[in-house]
Structures are given as C-alpha cells and as structure tokens.
Write a protein of this length. Structure first.
Length: 147
C-alpha cells in the first residue's frame, strides 16, 4: 500500500532535534518493513520549501535556499514523487465544494485530490483531524505515533 507523507512529517523528519524525529523514523521504518511505499507530491515539496525558508519569526525554519535545496534533495531521494496530472484539479474542485472547504484547508483538499487521482488511500500526518472529513472518500489519516 502507498502512504502519502504529509509536509508536517517531512519537516520533523529532517529536523533531527525535533522531539518527534525518532517517532517518525520508527514509523517509517515499520511501514517500509511491512511492505508499504511512502511517497510525496510536488505540493509537499513546495510546502516544505515554504516553511524551510520562511523566517523563524514567521513560524518557519529560517534556512537558506541552499539548505532547503539540500534537504529537499534528500526527501526526493527517500520518497518517490506522486505525479501531478490534469485530473487533480477537477477532483480538488469537487472536494472543496462538496465539503465546504475554506482557508488554509484548501491545501489539504488538494493533497486528497492528488491521492484520489493516484489511487492512494492513506496519509501519514500529525494533523489527522484535518483529514477526517474525507473518510467518506476512502481517505485514512494515520498519525506516526500510532504506527
């Protein structure tokens, strides 16, 4: 089974000082040992870059683009990229209307649209409550602490 790895997991994975880093490594190792594939989307990569290079005063990591590039290259090596495809937009459009999505949650809806377009049902995320609304769409949000 394929798991989409959410950006909040990726950020804590590359931050070796974060208290959740060992939990993420253990969860990923267990999922891979159980035969699962972990993947990311181009959107995850853009969100990662955003947080990585945003000043820490604005809730970012404050890294240089060079640092962000180095870590994003690592992520790209570890996690195959789910492709963007033309079917994602109409799927996203349907989801935001059907579920009354607004504000920052539109980004999660796009991840779900990408998952559906690529026949992915599971997402590894610390924000499981953000994805509960998509259970009727076959989306299962898994917290790394429960793996």
């Amino acid at each position: 089974m394929v798991y989409l790895v959410d950006t909040n997991v990726l950020l804590r994975l590359v931050d070796r000082t974060h208290p959740l880093h060992p939990i993420i490594r253990t969860a990923m190792r267990k999922l891979r040992d159980d035969g699962h594939t972990l993947q990311v989307t181009p959107q995850n990569c853009a969100e990662f870059w955003n947080v990585a290079t945003r000043p820490s005063a604005n809730n970012g990591f404050g890294w240089t683009p060079t640092d962000a590039d180095r870590l994003l290259r690592l992520i790209e090596r570890l996690f195959p990229l789910l492709p963007d495809m033309p079917t994602i937009y109409p799927q996203w459009r349907r989801l935001v209307v059907a579920f009354g999505v607004s504000g920052v949650q539109v980004h999660d809806a796009r991840l779900v649209a990408t998952m559906k377009a690529n026949s992915v049902t599971h997402i590894l995320t610390f924000n499981t409550t953000d994805f509960i609304r998509y259970a009727s769409e076959g989306i299962v949000a898994v917290d790394p602490t429960t793996v």
